[in-house]
Design a protein around this ligand. Structure first.
Ligand SMILES: [Mg+2]
Length: 244
């Protein structure tokens, strides 16, 4: 037997062995998916994230949310007696009010225009949604506002909604059970800020200029908190959308 014949025989055995091993382990009811190449940089699948976000909303969301508002309440109790004009700044959407019906109908997308006539089917434009004042109270924040009131802490709302929606937003807050706020600030009509920080932090500065000490700013986006002019920021959960 020549060396070439031995090599061919070994190669054939190797190939047969490989296929043989696969055949021996093949399960007719189960497909084994090969690992993706290590070089892949694909981010998380957005459809799977939607399912996870929905399950989170319907599961642990409100518990996690309440845990943050409990932290805020403890902070207010500790700090309010130490200052003369204590204040609490709250964001509105996904902080004081829940837009879940609109978020879910839109499959986590955002539409400015269009009616909300087909809810719970989407799409539902956010302008119409605001006009109808249908957002519901997030109960832990409603409780927090009641606690703030007993502590003599003034409540200011600062929102990325735009000024033409002010009356409808106020109506929605009242309908949801919020009242007696000290201020309600919306972005000026036609304005555009690269980050909500650029609008919200200066508004907090104007509150401070009136002699208030902002004990806490509370929101569901980091941009509700950054930029100073508050003793402490508290971040609520929101995996549903992102505001820079
Ligand atoms: Mg918000």
């Amino acid at each position: 037997m020549s060396r070439a014949t031995v090599k061919c025989g070994l190669a054939a055995l190797l190939v047969a062995g490989l296929f043989g091993i696969q055949a021996a382990h093949a399960d007719p009811a189960r497909t084994v998916i090969a690992p993706s190449p290590a070089s892949w940089t694909q981010p998380a699948n957005i459809g799977r994230l939607e399912l996870q976000a929905t399950a989170y909303h319907d599961g642990a969301y409100l518990r996690d949310f309440a845990a943050v508002d409990d932290q805020v309440a403890a902070w207010l109790r500790a700090q309010a007696p130490r200052v003369s004009k204590p204040a609490l700044v709250l964001d509105i959407d996904e902080t004081a009010l829940s837009n879940w019906e609109e978020i879910k109908a839109n499959g986590f997308g955002f539409f400015s225009g269009g009616s909300c006539d087909h809810l719970p089917q989407g799409p539902c434009g956010f302008t119409a949604w605001q006009r109808e004042s249908r957002a519901t109270a997030l109960a832990p924040t409603l409780d927090l506002v009641a606690i703030a009131r007993t502590l003599g802490v003034a409540v200011f709302f600062i929102t990325g909604r735009h000024d033409p929606a002010k009356a409808d937003t106020a109506a929605n807050l009242l309908r949801a059970g919020y009242h007696d706020w000290a201020g309600l600030s919306l972005e000026p009509e036609g304005s555009h800020f690269a980050s909500a920080v650029d609008f919200k932090a200066p508004v907090r500065a104007t509150i401070e200029a009136r002699g208030y000490t902002i004990l806490a700013t509370v929101g569901d986006q980091r941009s509700d908190l950054l930029g100073g002019h508050a003793m402490r920021g508290f971040l609520l959960p929101n995996p549903f959308y992102f505001i820079p």
